[in-house]
Design a protein around this ligand. Structure first.
Ligand SMILES: [Zn+2]
Length: 247
């Protein structure tokens, strides 16, 4: 998932978004990643991430699969084997997510048909949370209890395009980490609440474009098309091209 460029608009006033820093490669240092990917950390991010387990390191940056590829639009296979291959996959997913400056990444976004996602983002209290979830089960508040957060959302698999997408500002995911240990993450506001929903959606074959009105979806695709030349097919294994869009 990518954090939107504009400030959050809340549809209901119980939660005010504190502002979400974009996740930078520098965050890797805090979780034991090599320092060559790092030079800065977000000024307003929490200093120490909340880690339930040590995360696999030393992954390879892989090209990101785009919307339209079949693996992006079907339910993925549950994880049943927790082995070195899974650990390597998770390491590659972190490396790829950080290289692309994303807040979350699902396995199908690097072409792998397995129910795994990784994330590194902040909640509504600006607390940074980093984790891996396999076979997530998402819980949202009952319809009557939901406060919708209508923020801009982006996806690494449709790079450069953003649109407002209203989602509940609270979510919970239960699953396992890459070792098979049970994990629970609760997103109370911030990017985390949105990210847990966005990434679980990916594993079920849903992209956030499926969740916005058709007019917004058309604009989203137009935006992506307009900036497509900036993102080579192999991005982020191959760097993004700087262009007038950066101005
Ligand atoms: Zn996405």
């Amino acid at each position: 998932m990518r954090v939107g460029r504009r400030p959050t608009v809340t549809l209901s006033c119980t939660f005010v978004h504190p502002g979400t820093p974009s996740v930078r490669k520098s965050d890797l240092r805090a979780v034991g990643y090599p320092s060559q990917v790092s030079d800065r950390r977000p000024s307003n991010a929490a200093k120490e991430p909340v880690l339930s387990v040590s995360l696999p390191t030393g992954g390879t940056v892989r090209p990101i699969t785009r919307w339209g590829e079949p693996v992006m639009h079907r339910k993925l296979t549950p994880v049943t084997t927790y082995d070195e291959d899974l650990e390597r996959l998770v390491a590659d997913m972190f490396a790829t997510m950080y290289a692309a400056e994303g807040a979350g990444l699902a396995a199908n976004q690097i072409g792998v048909d397995l129910q795994v996602f990784v994330f590194d983002c902040t909640d509504g209290a600006n607390k940074r949370v980093v984790g891996v979830v396999c076979n997530p089960v998402l819980t949202l508040p009952d319809t009557g209890d939901r406060n919708l957060d209508d923020s801009e959302e982006g996806c690494l698999s449709l790079p450069g395009a953003y649109t407002y997408c209203a989602r509940p500002d609270w979510s919970q995911v239960d699953g396992t980490d890459h070792t098979g240990a049970p994990v629970t993450y609760v997103g109370e506001g911030g990017t985390l609440a949105r990210c847990l929903q966005h990434e679980t959606d990916h594993l079920m074959g849903t992209v956030f474009g499926d969740r916005v009105p058709s007019r917004a979806r058309k604009k989203l695709y137009k935006q992506a098309e307009a900036i497509a030349e900036d993102y080579p097919t192999e991005w982020p294994a191959v760097a993004r091209v700087s262009s007038a869009h950066d101005l």
